[in-house]
Design a protein. Structure first.
Length: 351
């Protein structure tokens, strides 16, 4: 299959609309289209068509018990797929939709088991991206879309990343340039009494607490006790993995830099290709290996935005081992560390 990449350009509204129309027709016929959202690129299919949802699993090589998020473009459509919408969920939607927040509800019968990985619940999100919203509307309103990476690879934040993973596997990629946020949406489960965060993201528990009060965090998220399984099936798989071994170094900045310099010196001397993930502030302090800045500590959003891209760059440069600073900052730092720890298989050196 040939994969067509359509660039959507600012100021070219008529042409963009035409391209979105073509993409929507592919979706309506049960095909797959990758498209930008504000978090990461999604791999879309008609969420109410079982055969279409099935194609997503095959294109990604994704385990079939890992459910998909259904993307909608208007509030009225939520009740068409969710059987019951608690008042608190409605309040979060009013506050944060369109935006990087996914909520889980008991599903209605029209949502096929293929979309929900066999669960009786459905994950729903209204993305904050004009092209995504236009595409969802044109395609009928309900687009199932996981991140558009091969299962186990870092999520795509550029159309080029999607091409790396999906070239020849899907008919179309809509290229809307770099995404804004760079890590996947926050997931909150509303299918039980107290709302529970299943995946941290840009919308933090504190931001949600201000709107709805008490909110729990899935105990399986900590990842330290392997007997406590995370509730979101996707959070249990080894994920976001670069090809190289990734090790985080955590502690006071000066000690971290010293340790990384010692370890990278050793690695280089033993003939290994080594990478370092630092920040704009620290990169000048590293003396060995391929050093990359992930962003600036004065604006954590830049770190989220570059995280997956950096892991992919290191893959291309065939490094054997990557040492990274850690980011135990509040706010989005929690989501960044959740992804980094998973990419590192929880290997952390405390200094
Ligand atoms: O930002 C995002 O959410 C992106 C963009 C494309 O919207 N999408 C995304 O989808 O990250 P995906 O498939 O890569 O991650 C979906 C996560 C998985 O961990 C999955 O297990 C969980 O959501 N999930 C989906 N439906 C669920 C359900 N009914 N119950 C529990 N977890 C669910
Ligand atoms: Mg994903």
């Amino acid at each position: 299959m040939q994969t067509v990449i359509e660039k959507l350009l600012e100021g070219e509204e008529t042409q963009n609309l035409h391209k979105i129309e073509v993409a929507a027709n592919i979706l309506k016929e049960g095909g797959l289209v990758a498209f930008p959202t504000e978090t990461v690129y999604g791999l879309g299919a008609d969420a109410l068509n079982p055969a279409a949802a099935d194609r997503i699993y095959r294109a990604k090589g994704r385990p079939s018990d890992n459910p998909l998020i259904v993307h909608i473009y208007c509030m009225d459509d939520l009740q068409k797929i969710a059987a019951y919408i608690p008042a608190k969920a409605k309040r979060l939607a009013d506050h944060f939709w369109p935006g990087p927040l996914t909520m889980i509800f008991k599903k209605r019968d029209n949502v096929p088991a293929e979309t929900t990985g066999g669960l009786d619940t459905v994950a729903v999100r209204m993305p904050n991206h004009p092209l995504a919203l236009a595409l969802i509307e044109a395609a009928g309103g309900f687009i199932a879309a996981p991140s558009a990476n091969t299962s186990g690879k870092p999520s795509p934040t550029l159309a080029e990343h999607v091409k790396e993973d999906m070239d020849g596997r899907i008919p179309m990629i809509l290229d809307g340039g770099a995404v804004g946020i760079g890590i996947e949406s926050t997931i909150v489960d509303f299918s039980e009494e107290t709302p529970m965060v299943l995946r941290p993201g840009y919308i933090t528990p504190d931001m949600m607490k201000e709107v709805i009060g008490e909110i729990r965090i899935d105990p399986g998220l900590a990842g330290e006790d392997l007997s406590v399984r995370p509730k979101a099936p996707g959070m249990k798989y080894k994920h976001y993995a670069p090809k190289a071994e990734l090790i985080l170094v955590n502690g006071a900045q000066e000690k971290v830099q010293q340790t990384i310099n010692n370890l990278t010196k050793e690695a280089v001397e033993s003939g290994r290709t080594v990478g370092v993930i630092g920040t704009d502030e620290s990169c000048g302090c590293y003396h060995y290996g391929i050093v990359k800045s992930i962003g600036t500590r004065s604006d954590e959003d830049t770190i989220a935005r570059h995280l997956y891209g950096i892991l992919r760059e290191f893959d291309e440069q065939d490094v054997d081992i990557i040492y990274s600073e850690s980011f135990s900052t509040p706010r989005i730092g929690q989501a960044i560390m959740n992804r980094l720890l998973k990419a590192a298989g929880h290997q952390v050196i405390e200094v």
